[in-house]
Design a protein around this ligand. Structure first.
Ligand SMILES: [Mg+2]
Length: 307
């Protein structure tokens, strides 16, 4: 129903919307830009998600945000009124730690990121470097002569969102990655976060910087890589054809839906808008066609009258 047509559900007859609502049993939703923007909940989002649950749909929150642990995301969700459990919380930081744990990783991780990553690594007993500021206070020559020596225990570099990203961290990451045995993992590759009057670099910007000087490609954990939610399919928790993916960013959320065979809903409360989709529809690039969602709503709460 509505496959990759970006149909505005508000322009459909109510019985069609109800039919569409009956077409899925599980809902995976992005968080920032769909449920909330920073610490402000988006109008109608709590009631809609909780209603999905009451009418018997399985719900999952899936975020590329690596700055918080799963527990912290759960607490944030509860404080806003969302009825969700830890099992329903999928985050790139948690999935990164789970990925390393599943590989029986025994060494230490060099982290460019924040407490979300280190907290999840601690939770599974994996050693890591400290996060926070690491800046050059001398000349480069002095720094190299006195301040930098490689830690022989490091066996992986993880790059996520880091508001203290620096030249020193690039030197360290790229030097560790010069060893082909060292794993290179990116929590996600979201390019940026537009804000009124400014642009905040996202993890993808830091990943690209490290990737350029390391001359290596990372393994990406977060959306649109199916690995972030593949286990739900493999263990039979969700049926891809009867799963709805909701997002505000097409090259992560909607593309994940495409990659996993989910139905997709774009909401207009975040990054991508209808005019972006219009441009992809006109494009001849098959990669851009993958970004077109099945349906569109100005905001998630617009569904409430149909539920
Ligand atoms: Mg988002």
């Amino acid at each position: 129903m509505y496959k990759q047509t970006c149909t505005n559900l508000l322009e459909q007859p109510p019985e069609k919307v109800k039919e569409w609502l009956n077409g899925f049993d599980a809902v995976i939703t992005d968080c920032d830009g769909v449920l909330w923007v920073y610490s402000n909940v988006i109008e109608g989002a709590v009631d809609t998600m909780n209603r999905f649950k009451t009418i018997g749909k399985k719900i999952f929150f899936c975020t590329n945000n690596s700055t918080k642990t799963r527990q912290q995301l759960l607490e944030k969700s509860h404080s806003m009124g969302f009825d969700i459990t830890a099992d329903g919380m999928i985050s790139s930081a948690h999935s990164t730690a789970a990925y390393l744990k599943a590989r029986n990783f025994q060494k230490k991780v060099y982290v460019i990121g924040a407490g979300g990553i280190t907290g999840e690594l601690d939770a599974v007993g994996i050693k890591h470097s400290d996060v926070g500021p690491d800046v050059m206070t001398s000349t480069l020559a002095d720094y190299l002569a006195t301040s930098f020596s490689k830690d022989p225990e490091i066996g992986a570099v993880v790059v996520g969102f880091d508001e203290h990203f620096s030249f020193c961290k690039m030197i360290k990451a790229a030097s560790y990655l010069d060893n082909p045995e060292c794993l290179f993992i990116a929590t996600n590759t979201d390019e940026r976060f537009p804000m009124p009057g400014m642009v905040i670099p996202g993890s993808g910007s830091f990943v690209r910087a490290v990737q350029t000087c390391a001359e290596r490609e990372p393994f990406v954990i977060g959306k649109p890589n199916p690995s972030i939610c593949e286990w739900l399919i493999n263990e039979g928790t969700i049926d891809p054809a009867r799963t709805l993916m909701i997002g505000d960013r097409c090259n992560t959320d909607i593309l994940l839906g495409y990659n996993c065979g989910f139905q997709t809903l774009l909401v207009g409360t975040g990054i991508h808008k209808l005019n972006d989709v219009e441009a992809w529809k006109q494009s001849d690039d098959p990669e851009q066609k993958k970004l077109i969602p099945d349906v569109f709503l100005p905001k998630l709460g617009d569904l409430l009258p149909f539920m």
